[in-house]
Design a protein around this ligand. Structure first.
Ligand SMILES: Cc1cc2nc3c(=O)[nH]c(=O)nc-3n(C[C@H](O)[C@H](O)[C@H](O)COP(=O)(O)OP(=O)(O)OC[C@H]3O[C@@H](n4cnc5c(N)ncnc54)[C@H](O)[C@@H]3O)c2cc1C
Length: 373
């Protein structure tokens, strides 16, 4: 049997794989995406879609946090145009919002922590400010009287990841990119080994292979990319709040059609993305209602869990491994945020161009044992 061949094969059709496919297509590359579908969980489906470089850039892990911050800020700056272009091309609404975000505190220690975070983000060039509880309530009148202060990040914002994925699929379809349903079981090592096999037993060939496999999938992990489970819920809430709120113990993201996402727990390790603990959802709801009491009785629409692709230092892995495979992995809590900038940089790298920013901080070689390559 002759194997079907492509110049570039992207393994993994989450937000990182599909935005990369689109960026490669824009540069004239010939490629296909392989995605395991329901067989392997996808973090993107579970994401809240916050575009939030001011809040989560992995500063607590001792990794290249500044580089992660700048990747997030660069990508945030691209998102407005990216979302508009995607909508215009596909007619699919992606619910990009530019309302900003508020990090909330009730107590002095929480205010001090937010002030320290604001100072750090400002040092990195971000546009954030500390405001009083009253000023926060002027922006969001439904906030509890107990809110003492807030970190206002006017440029942090959000999209709806499920809508973005729907739009990306339409975009790729129009560009003639095949998204092949199939779990890739094994990859040849070395640039000369072109063949790979799916669970269905189909054999394919590609000159260049890109791993964008998220948290699980069996091809890459060897301990470097691991799942960090997150549980979340959505409730019915029409126009109670307008911007993303990050309260102690829960974030709140208002979406289109009266849907409000409340997330998320964090638990390292379990490969289980099916079970959602009632206690976790109750905790998220209680923390959300403490910040915005009007949400206390809102009806639940949905609850779910997903597996973030974590790495030991909280930073993504982008570049090439020693076997010549391209890696687009480990975007942890920020894959939706990072996607447009990461896609441009990886597309440039794969096609032998110079990426718009230095990928060295994200190289797999930073892990001294080099376990994955
Ligand atoms: C609860 C929760 C909330 C989040 N909120 C946010 C947020 O607000 N903002 C943000 O930026 N990020 C957020 N994230 C993180 C974000 O979801 C991830 O960083 C991002 O989705 C990672 O994208 P990915 O494409 O790398 O991986 P995934 O979305 O997991 O996609 C990987 C794909 O690869 C496929 N695959 C795996 N192995 C194989 C194989 N062997 N063969 C074929 N296909 C394979 C899988 O089926 C999957 O479709 C959140 C995550 C969770 C869980």
């Amino acid at each position: 049997m002759t194997a079907k061949g492509f110049d570039i094969a992207i393994i993994g059709g989450g937000v990182i794989g599909l935005t990369l496919a689109r960026a490669l297509c824009d540069r004239g590359a010939k490629l296909a995406v392989f995605d395991a579908g329901a067989d392997v969980p996808q973090a993107t489906r579970a994401a809240a879609g916050m575009l939030a470089p001011s809040f989560e850039y992995g500063e607590e892990f001792g990794g290249p946090a500044e580089a992660v911050y700048h990747l997030g800020a660069r990508s945030l700056a691209m998102w407005a145009d990216y979302a508009a272009a995607l909508e215009q091309e596909t007619g699919v609404f992606v619910d990009y919002r530019s309302d900003g975000a508020l990090g909330l505190s009730y107590r002095d220690e929480q205010t001090a922590a937010l002030a320290e975070q604001a100072a750090q983000v400002k040092r990195l060039g971000g546009d954030v400010e500390m405001i009083s509880g009253d000023e926060a309530r002027e922006l969001e009148p439904a906030l509890s009287a107990d809110i003492a202060a807030a970190l206002h990040a006017p440029k942090d914002t959000q999209v709806d990841p499920r809508r973005v994925m729907a739009a990306l699929k339409v975009s790729l379809n129009r560009r003639g990119v095949e998204i092949i349903q199939g779990r890739v079981l094994s990859l040849g090592d070395g640039e000369t080994i072109r063949q790979f096999v799916t669970a269905e037993g189909d054999i394919y060939e590609a000159n260049r292979k890109v791993l964008a496999t998220g948290a699980v999938g069996g091809l890459t992990s060897r301990g470097l990319v691991y799942p960090v489970k997150g549980e979340a819920t959505a409730i019915a809430s029409e126009s109670v709040i307008t911007r993303v709120l990050r309260a102690p113990g829960a974030y709140l993201c208002p979406k289109a059609e009266g849907r409000l996402v409340i997330g998320a727990t964090e638990e390292i390790g379990p490969f289980d993305h099916h079970s959602v603990s009632p206690a976790a959802v109750a905790g998220l709801r209680a923390n959300a209602a403490r910040a915005v009491p009007a949400l206390g009785m809102a009806a639940e629409l949905e609850r779910w869990a997903g597996l973030r692709p974590g790495t030991p230092d909280g930073a993504p892995i982008m570049g090439q491994d020693k076997n010549g495979r391209y890696l687009a992995l480990g975007h942890y809590r920020n894959g939706v945020l990072h996607a447009p900038a990461a896609a441009e940089a990886m597309a440039a790298l794969i096609l032998g161009e110079t990426p718009a920013f230095d990928l060295a901080p994200f190289s797999i070689s930073r892990f001294s044992s080099g376990r994955d390559g």
